[in-house]
Design a protein around this ligand. Structure first.
Ligand code: ZN
Ligand code: ZN
Length: 371
């Protein structure tokens, strides 16, 4: 959890952005945005919970009456602002209007707000123009604070400890599902609060970047792509891919893997303050192209990570985002050859004044399991 001063700082910065952009009211419902702004990890329920922020006034939190004690026990309770409970006979939107003093203008809503809520806001605030809060909250979340960087380092170290044990789980004759179950247990044992995803893609299944665990039996000579991640008690996420091989995967795969490894290094090396997102993507993609593998690299190079596994900034071919110090994202090129095999190497990387800092430290070499 961040410190009270961090939350106060985030709210103040949000208010400054609102003033600059001319937003009159911002409403944030349970989501990573809410957790980021006030530390309240609320579950989205049919009854609305919303943080209301005006550019020049103290924020307040509207919650169903039965949630008052939970909300007050969250870090928001230490910020000294009002928690207003609403009961079954109240219209929570009236409470928001009366307390905020909003009459007309622009209302920003968090990007993941349920459509049902957005429509209710529209109905209850007929004079409002409703838009996304991304330009306000995203601009703050994209640059990580030193505390957040430490949380991400901690998450990366935890998933590294899981990858270190994957060779013990990969045995010929086991299914992807069996291996996946063991990995899920390890993700929790190594300190995550929950498992977000486990991809174990063996042999031709490696050609599907988001392969689901299947009953396929792992065979000799199979490359196995293992992409795993979870959320730590801090709320911050891990995400790391390594590719393993059950004995010798064949000369062609080894040659392609070497190209991929170079591509991953080149994209990582391209990370620096002021780099444009697409130049980081191009550094690796060009290496794959030189070796006739670019047509098999069918996704972007990476995504930001923080309280969500996928968030800004995205690292892709047409992305113009200027990378700055303390942005954190994955570098994860791959190749996917339908019906044959695939591979991916993924690290989480911080852009620092000294260049890239890769957070994952397990070897990026192809890990050959003795069979
Ligand atoms: Zn991943
Ligand atoms: Zn990823």
């Amino acid at each position: 959890m961040a410190a009270t001063s961090d939350y106060l700082e985030r709210i103040t910065r949000a208010q400054v952005h609102m003033q600059e952009l001319g937003i009159d009211l911002m409403l944030v419902t349970p989501s990573a945005d809410l957790r980021y702004l006030i530390g309240y990890n609320a579950i989205p329920l049919e009854r609305i919970t919303a943080l209301a922020i005006s550019p020049h006034k103290a924020p307040f939190l509207v919650v169903p009456r039965l949630e008052i004690s939970t909300a007050s026990a969250s870090p928001f309770g230490d910020l000294g602002w009002q928690v207003i409970g609403w009961s079954e006979n109240d219209n929570p939107y009236d409470i928001i209007r009366n307390t905020s003093g909003f009459s007309q203008g622009r209302i920003a809503v968090d990007n993941h707000m349920w459509a049902e809520r957005v429509l209710k806001i529209q109905k209850n605030f007929p004079n409002a123009h409703i838009e996304l809060a991304a330009p306000i909250i995203g601009a703050i979340r994209i640059i990580k604070t030193p505390t957040e960087l430490d949380f991400l380092r901690e998450a990366a170290a935890a998933i590294d400890r899981v990858h270190a044990q994957v060779p013990d789980l990969l045995r010929i004759g086991r299914t992807e599902e069996e291996v996946g179950r063991d990995i899920s247990e390890l993700i929790l044992e190594e300190g995550h609060a929950h498992v977000d995803f486990v991809i174990v893609a063996s042999g031709p299944n490696g050609a599907s970047p988001h392969h689901e665990l299947s009953s396929r039996v792992i065979n000799a000579g199979d490359p196995v792509v293992v992409d795993i991640g979870g959320t730590m008690p801090s709320g911050y996420c891990s995400d790391c891919t390594r590719t393993y091989s059950m004995g010798d995967p064949g000369a062609e795969f080894i040659q392609r893997y070497k190209v991929l490894q170079r591509a991953q290094e080149l994209s990582t090396d391209a990370v620096h303050n002021g780099a444009i997102s697409h130049s980081i993507d191009a550094a690796g993609r060009n290496e794959l192209a030189k070796n006739d593998l670019a047509q098999y690299f069918i996704h972007r190079t990476g995504h930001g990570i923080g309280l969500e596994t996928h968030e800004e900034p995205y690292i892709g071919e047409n992305n113009e985002t200027i990378i700055e110090n303390s942005m954190v994202f994955s570098i994860e090129p791959g190749f996917y050859i339908e019906g044959v095999h695939g591979a991916r190497i993924e690290d989480i990387v911080i852009c620092t004044p000294d260049g890239p800092e890769a957070l994952n430290h397990q070897t990026r070499d192809l890990v050959i399991i003795e069979i």
